[in-house]
Design a protein around this ligand. Sequence first.
Ligand code: DX5
Ligand code: ZN
Length: 215
Amino acid sequence: MALIAPSILTADFLQLGDELRRAQGADIWHLDIMDGHFVPNLTFGPLLCAAVAKASNVPVECHLMVERPQDLLARYAEAGAKRLIVHAETTAHLHRLVGEVHALGCQAGVALNPGTPLAAIEEVRDELDLLLVMTVDPGFGGQSFLRGQIDKIRRARQLLPDALIEVDGGIGPNTAPDVVQAGADVLVAGSAVFAPGADPAERIKEIRRSLHESP
Ligand code: DX5
Ligand code: ZN
């Protein structure tokens, strides 16, 4: 069964506690940490991560879209994140970075932008708990799913039979079946779950229904 990881990026931040409580059925909270440098958008930091981790029993993962992630890992680990996902494009020392995540007691994930080949993680594949295949260019919620990445998900599944494969960007009931078919285990969904006027629990159920899974 696929895991659903709602991204809170499009949630109502003034009502965040309520939004989280209403999103029944979430398996993981996906926090999009953006620094305005690696990506052209700026979001939130460890304080919000700590607040989310405290407010809920659902585990938190941080998707670090930041330059120099090595400077920030400990902050997010202390803030209660169970998994830290770094971008391969941000470092010349991916092996060291993954080791640093594990040394902090967190699961280690590596994310690849759509333009980054799978070969970027080939030499560290045995160290990874999760590979995040971006299905949009990171920076903003609500972008269109890049269908060209489906083949990469398929190849990732073969290259990493034991790690989780996660997908992020443009995932909803219309795209979830194809990525799961290609081998994805964890589906990040932002605007498909949190949207003005929407019932997040119902939106999660719709994604599960699209996969023919009972809610
Ligand atoms: C993209 C972020 C995603 C994004 C997903 O930069 O990493 O997690 O918020 O949002 P949707 O599901 O709306 O594409
Ligand atoms: Zn993300």
